[in-house]
Design a protein around this ligand. Structure first.
Ligand SMILES: NC(=O)c1ccc[n+]([C@@H]2O[C@H](COP(=O)([O-])OP(=O)(O)OC[C@H]3O[C@@H](n4cnc5c(N)ncnc54)[C@H](O)[C@@H]3O)[C@@H](O)[C@H]2O)c1
Length: 267
C-alpha cells in the first residue's frame, strides 16, 4: 500500500544484487512511495547481478561504485545529484561481505589481511560514504542515512565470524557521524538490526537454515522478512521520524529482547 510518504524525495541505494537483496525491496518500496532513486553496486556486481532489471522496473539510473573507493563515491554522488536535480534526502548502505567467511576460515584461524578488507567493505565504507556526502554538502536538511546491521554486534553468534566486529564498527560509525551530521544540517543517521533474511549475503553464513528457523521460533512475531525491512526503511526515510538519530534499531520480531522461548523448548 503506497501513501506517497517519500513524494519529492531523492535517494541513493547501495547493494541491490538480485530480487532477494534487502536493498532491492527497499528500492521498489521507495519508488512506490514517490521517491526518485539512483541505484549503485560494486562494478563486479554489474556483471553477475540483476541490477539492470531493477533499474528498468523503477526507472532508476545505475552508477557503478566500489564503496571502498573515495574516487568512485565522489563520482557517484556528483552524478546522482546531476541526474536527480539537487541534493539527496536519503541514502541506504546495504553492503556486507566477509573474505574469511567466503573462504571458510574459522574465527580462531583468521587471515588478518582479509579481515581488514572485510572491515573496509562492510563497515569503513559507511564512513567513506558519509564523509563524501558531508564534505560535498550533498544532503538536504533533515535527510536520513541508514545502514543494515545484525545483532551479532552485541551478542555472540559464533558462525557470524569477523562480520560481528564489522557490524560493531558500522554501528559505532552511525553514532559518531550521526552527531556531526546532526550538528551540520539535521541529517539523521541510524542502523537497522535486521532478522536473518534469505539473501546471497545471509545464506553465505554457515548453518544459516538452522539459525533462521531458530530465530523464527525465538521471536514472538517471527523473523522480519526483506519486504517488512523495506517498509521500515521507508518510515525512517520519511518525515515521520525526523527526531530519530544515532540509534541502532532492532527490526527482528522481538528476538533481541527474548531470553527463553517455550517454542524452542518444544523443538
Ligand atoms: N541477510 C541477512 O540475514 C541479514 C541480516 C542482518 C543484516 N544484513 C545486512 O543487510 C545488508 C544487505 O545484505 P543482503 O542480505 O541484502 O545481501 P546481498 O548479498 O543481496 O547484498 C550485499 C550487497 O553488498 C554488495 N557489495 C559487496 N561488496 C561491495 C563493494 N565493495 N562496494 C559496493 N557494494 C558491495 C554486493 O554486491 C551486494 O549487492 C548487509 O549489510 C548485511 O550484512 C543481512
Amino acid at each position: 500500500m503506497a501513501n506517497n510518504l517519500l513524494a519529492g524525495k531523492k535517494g541513493v541505494i547501495f547493494g541491490a544484487l538480485d530480487e532477494q537483496s534487502i536493498a532491492w525491496k527497499v528500492a521498489e518500496r521507495c519508488h512506490e512511495e514517490g521517491a526518485k532513486v539512483v541505484l549503485t553496486n560494486a562494478p563486479v556486481a554489474m556483471r553477475f547481478g540483476k541490477i539492470n532489471e531493477l533499474g528498468e522496473k523503477i526507472g532508476a539510473e545505475i552508477i557503478p561504485a566500489d564503496a571502498t573507493s573515495m574516487e568512485d563515491l565522489d563520482n557517484l554522488f556528483t552524478k546522482s545529484q546531476e541526474i536527480m536535480g539537487g541534493k539527496l534526502d536519503f541514502v541506504l548502505h546495504s553492503i556486507g561481505m566477509s573474505l574469511n567467511v567466503r573462504k571458510g576460515k574459522e574465527y580462531t584461524d583468521l587471515n588478518h589481511e582479509w579481515m581488514l578488507k572485510t572491515f573496509d567493505i562492510s563497515a569503513i565504507s559507511f564512513h567513506k560514504v558519509m564523509q563524501t556526502l558531508y564534505n560535498m554538502d550533498a544532503m538536504n536538511d533533515w535527510g536520513s542515512i541508514l545502514a543494515l546491521t545484525y545483532i551479532a554486534a552485541q551478542r555472540v553468534f559464533p558462525d557470524y565470524n569477523e562480520m560481528a566486529e564489522s557490524k560493531a564498527l558500522l554501528e559505532s560509525f552511525a553514532r559518531s557521524f550521526g552527531y556531526h551530521f546532526g550538528e551540520k544540517n539535521k541529517v539523521r543517521v541510524n542502523t537497522i538490526s535486521q532478522s536473518p533474511t534469505w539473501t546471497t549475503a545471509g545464506s553465505g553464513v554457515k548453518g544459516f537454515k538452522e539459525f533462521f528457523d531458530y530465530a523464527d521460533k525465538m521471536s514472538p512475531l517471527g523473523n522480519a522478512d526483506a519486504a517488512a525491512c523495506a517498509d521500515y526503511c521507508v518510515s525512517l526515510f520519511s518525515d515521520h521520524t525526523r527526531m530519530v538519530t544515532m540509534q541502532n534499531l532492532f527490526h527482528d520480531g522481538g528476538f533481541s529482547n527474548m531470553g527463553m522461548s517455550p517454542a524452542i523448548l518444544d523443538m
